[in-house]
Ligand binder design. Structure first.
Ligand SMILES: Cc1cc2nc3c(=O)[nH]c(=O)nc-3n(C[C@H](O)[C@H](O)[C@H](O)COP(=O)(O)OP(=O)(O)OC[C@H]3O[C@@H](n4cnc5c(N)ncnc54)[C@H](O)[C@@H]3O)c2cc1C
Length: 387
């Protein structure tokens, strides 16, 4: 099997490199507006969307090259957050033409921010037990309830949200998918500050919030089907292969500059090198699985349990790699452990120590976000092992 890329793909790779260099000449700091403008100019802003909706129609190999090159340059492969990556595929599949025309252009232009209103107190892994209620009154639903852990709700214009419109014997029935304007009367967003001092999470309370029926996706009571589709997209995008490849490359560079035992370099330490090599081999296997999944999806099949597998293994590998960075930083990592050292000190040690130790902490959350590791294992057991 020839795993090398074609001349055409190599030309595309050079074109991507050219765009990156032109947008951010050496040393220029990243800014979202510049990057989004460059992507828009190339017709690459919605690079995962189907061509029918304005995507570039890349092959999986081109998408693959794009992700690798942008991540290695420290740039996000796409701008537009949850609207671009999560809601848009739902609108393609289940939205009306009017909903597509209303919401997609703003997502494409990065004019609106979306947040995801799934989890509630008492409804995380067991999402079907959600109890936020929507009662239809004429041409609107009136929504009451509470959402929890809503990332970015404090900056969002809109929320795609699961609500209960009926109590059915099968809990998944009776769930409806609504689009809620975060500025509507009765929406209250309160911050939840995490242990590292960051404000990303929120609690969102709905108190008799009116939501026009035209903001319902698909049919009433069918929201579970749409939500499951969305989660599959979310998880397929959480294999973190590009990030892990970049981490592995940079760990090698860092470890080559750090003294190891007996006067050598850390990278030459057989224990360290062996463990890193093992992680890299698993990463290559994951890369092949991701590539295969992308081709299968392009050929029209739904990723199913494979998305859980990619998420589970991808999370495990990225977490292992962030541990190598902490090991490389050695004592210089300690000041960046907020629980031990309090607020961050003035920079100390190698310049990557602070960001990489922060990434080590952030990486832990990937085992929970988008469905915990245990839930992914349950899905794999059920769908693949049939137990
Ligand atoms: C970084 C991050 C961002 C998030 N962003 C959002 C967001 O934007 N919008 C949103 O709606 N939610 C968001 N969440 C919430 C996330 O979806 C939930 O935290 C997750 O689904 C788990 O639910 P829970 O926290 O209620 O934990 P629980 O469901 O209470 O689980 C607690 C523990 O029990 C285990 N467990 C539960 N059920 C089973 C089972 N059947 N078998 C085996 N083990 C089980 C879990 O694996 C976990 O270890 C985010 C979470 C994180 C960490």
């Amino acid at each position: 099997m020839d795993l090398d890329i074609s001349d055409q793909d190599r030309a595309f790779q050079a074109q991507v490199g050219g765009l990156i260099a032109e947008s951010f000449p050496a040393g220029a700091p990243y800014d979202e507006a510049t990057w989004h403008a460059a992507l828009t100019r190339m017709g690459w802003a919605a690079n995962k969307w189907p061509a029918a909706f304005g995507g570039p129609g890349w092959t999986p190999t081109e998408s693959f090259i794009w992700e690798r090159e942008t991540t290695a340059a420290g740039l996000p492969p796409q701008v537009g957050g949850m609207g671009m990556g999560m809601l848009a595929p739902i609108l393609f599949g289940y939205g009306t033409k009017a909903q597509q025309d209303r919401f997609l252009p703003d997502i494409l232009a990065n004019r609106v921010r979306w947040c995801q209103g799934y989890s509630e107190p008492g409804a995380g892994s067991d999402l079907a037990s959600l109890s936020t209620r929507a009662v239809r009154q004429g041409e609107a639903y009136v929504v009451d309830g509470e959402k929890l852990w809503t990332s970015g709700a404090h900056e969002a214009d809109w929320m795609f949200c699961l609500v209960r419109t009926a109590v059915e014997p099968k809990r998944q029935a009776g769930i409806t998918f609504l689009l809620i304007d975060m500025r509507a009367a009765g929406v209250t967003v309160s911050p939840i500050v995490s242990i590292d001092g960051r404000h990303m999470f929120n609690r969102v309370v709905f108190d008799a919030v009116p939501v026009p029926v035209e903001n319902r996706i698909g049919e009433e009571g069918q929201g579970w089907t749409y939500a499951k589709g969305l989660l599959t997209h979310e998880r397929t995008g959480q294999a973190f292969v590009s990030l892990s490849l970049d981490l592995a490359r940079r760990i090698r560079l860092a470890a080559a500059a750090i003294p190891g035992a007996r006067g050598g370099r850390l990278i030459d330490d057989p224990g360290f090198a062996g463990r890193l090599g093992l992680a890299e081999i698993e990463l290559r296997a994951l890369e092949a699985t991701e590539m295969r999944t992308l081709w299968e999806v392009q050929a029209g099949s739904a990723p199913g349990a494979q998305s859980s597998l990619l998420k589970l293994k991808g999370t495990e590998i990225v977490q292992r790699l962030t541990e190598f960075f902490v090991e490389c930083a050695g004592p210089y990592a300690a000041p960046w452990f907020p629980a031990i050292a309090g607020p961050p000190p003035p920079p100390v040690g190698p310049e990557w120590a602070g960001p990489e130790v922060a990434r080590y902490f952030e990486g832990r959350a990937a085992s929970i976000a988008g469905g915990s590791d245990e839930i992914q294992r349950n899905i794999i057991a059920k769908q693949v092992l049939k137990i």
